[in-house]
Design a protein around this ligand. Sequence first.
Ligand code: THU
Length: 133
Amino acid sequence: MPGVPWEKLFEAAQAARALAYAPYSEFRVGAAVLSEGGGVFAGCNVENASYGLSVCAERNAIARMVAEGRRRLLAVAIVVDTERPTPPCGMCRQVMAELGAPALPVRSRTLAGREARWKLAKLLPHAFTKRSM
Ligand code: THU
């Protein structure tokens, strides 16, 4: 497999972050995912006055990928504006495990350029998947 176009992913994630709808937390997140065939799909977090309905950037990016007919998640890039790069929340990790391999690379980068890198299996060991049933 050719290498992951990380800069393209981070660019798309940063552009999506600029569109985040986060009037309650004011924590804006952008994400971009790579699918089979080289597709790049981006998403931002979308909050709601009923706070629990808020959707993370990562899941919105994955939903866009699926809506375009792609189901194999090959890489995830996240952009935040915090001191340290933030990892994806537990709910998003579970959604990644549905469509990505345990070796799925996940990277998070701050606007200042600090970066963290993980494999999904490290973020979510012992994931529950369709193979668990
Ligand atoms: N959020 C994300 O978009 N991705 C994450 O991985 C963590 C949290 C969003 C949800 C909510 O809109 C805001 O960040 C604060 O939790």
